[in-house]
Design a binder for this molecule. Structure first.
Ligand code: CMC
Length: 413
């Protein structure tokens, strides 16, 4: 009674006040007064994503997103050291990852591994410790929270590298010391026992930029899932596992994998017009195009293109690039896409991952690992919000059967 269902898919529902990321899908036209007109469309804690991609690193931006300001040198050193230090996992977690089949999807492994971690850290579990575990004014509880943040960001790369290697029947590699976050990640995936092995610095940097671009993006489906799940005061490992599951789908983080599968299915550029026609007849979806908020362009897609140029100089161009360009060109001038304001989104970065040699089904993992940062930023903000957490429990409009009496099975027709 008194309820209205009018917002399927939350097109126009704001569920929280947030200070983390601001995105403007209409290219600057509706920025709050304090931003000049020329401000780019995505800002993390007020800093334009282009500036961060150029000058910052994934871990520095992680600190910014989670704690609200750019770290001082010493704050950054502590954060980086803690995150990298917590990359090491208990040997049981390695055993858990090893128990998956060789052909398991790595997102299934990663999602499960995050949930598995929750069984270790009872100090972060409000069900076990009492409901008011995290509170803004309590230093000890903030320290407990920080520790889970270090652990989750640090272990994300380790678990992802395990998910990668288990399918190749290879042993796991202990996180190295002295490398950057992405350097350590590449090391854990690629190292085959060679002496003095270090990842290619250009690829390491490119991956860092892509991680930074993926770190947070406002209340997308997975961040919302983390908040919805976290609102029951479950431990952060379970909330992050839920976010990971949400990201897995092809309309969200699975889109970077879907883009490449789509390009492979199209094959040569001359097949693009037929594919576009199939999309217009709704027989196919143009993966990597469209966005709930961006209606002109996705500012991250320009940085992805620049990063691709740098990576291709090392790896050579991907054979699907020409098909991707033909598809892009055809869609950008076709009335169907213009009318619906559909432009390329960030998921075309799958071409870079392919050139770098990552297997196709690993691409969503390369989205999930950096997005752990954004999920944690939103989770932390909600846990510490004024007035405490309110459980997210929406209502529905019931449209099912009226009241009726139970019929025993033998009397049913
Ligand atoms: N190909 C063909 N038609 C599309 C596409 C597409 N990729 N995206 C939207 N449309 C159509 C849609 O059918 C609808 O048409 P109509 O008004 O005639 O019914 C119209 O455009 C409006 O789209 P919508 O479905 O209402 O948009 P949405 O905000 O609900 O969905 C989206 C956004 C990203 C799920 C959707 O654009 C999509 O499915 N894109 C392909 C998958 C993809 O690339 N996902 C990654 C998103 S960006 C990274 C991330 O956050 O994960």
């Amino acid at each position: 009674k008194g309820l209205r269902v009018s917002d399927k898919g939350f097109l126009n529902t704001a569920v929280i006040r947030s200070e983390i990321t601001y995105i403007d899908g209409e290219a600057g036209s509706s920025y709050p007064q304090r931003f000049p007109k020329s401000t780019p469309e995505a800002c993390c804690r007020g800093y334009p994503i282009e500036q961060l991609a150029l000058h910052s690193s994934h871990l520095e931006t992680a600190y910014l997103l989670i704690y609200g300001s750019l770290p001082t040198k010493s704050q950054f050193e502590v954060f980086q050291t803690e995150v990298l230090h917590h990359g090491v996992t208990h040997s049981d977690a390695a055993q858990f990852c090893r128990s998956f089949r060789y052909d398991a999807h790595p997102m299934a492994i990663l999602t499960s591994a995050f949930a598995y971690l929750g069984s270790y850290y009872a100090e972060a579990n409000p069900s076990l410790q009492g409901q008011t575990l995290f509170s803004k004014g309590d230093k000890a509880s903030l320290a407990v929270m920080d520790k889970q943040i270090y652990r989750l960001i640090g272990k994300a790369t380790t678990l992802a590298a395990m998910a990668y290697r288990v399918r190749q029947g290879r042993d796991f590699v202990t996180p190295p010391t002295g490398l950057s976050y992405t350097g350590s990640f590449l090391y854990q995936m690629d190292h085959l026992g060679e002496e003095n092995y270090t990842p290619n610095p250009i690829l390491e940097k490119a991956l860092d930029v892509l991680f930074l671009l993926h770190a947070d993006h406002e209340l997308n489906a997975s961040a919302t899932t983390v908040l919805q799940t976290g609102s029951s005061l479950v431990d952060p490992y379970s909330a992050i596992a839920a976010g990971c599951a949400s990201l897995y789908g092809p309309l969200h983080g699975g889109a970077n994998e879907a883009v490449i599968r789509m390009l492979i299915s199209i094959g040569k550029p001359e097949n693009v017009p037929a594919f576009i026609e199939a999309v217009k007849k709704r027989e196919k979806v143009l993966s990597g195009f469209g966005h709930r908020v961006y209606k002109t362009s996705d500012p991250r897609s320009f940085i992805v293109r620049k990063t691709a140029d740098e990576v291709f100089k090392i790896t050579g161009k991907d054979e699907l690039l020409e098909t991707a360009m033909a598809l892009h060109e055809a869609a950008m001038k076709d009335e169907y896409f213009i009318k619906r304001k559909l432009a390329p989104n960030v998921d075309f970065c799958g071409l870079i991952y392919r050139a770098m040699g990552f297997p196709l089904d690993f691409f969503p993992v390369l989205f999930a690992v950096p997005r752990v940062v954004g999920w944690l930023a939103h989770w932390r903000q909600m846990m510490l919000q004024e007035g405490g957490v309110k459980i997210w429990r929406p209502r529905q409009i019931y449209v099912g059967s009226g009241k009726r009496d139970y019929v025993p099975i033998n009397e049913r027709i």
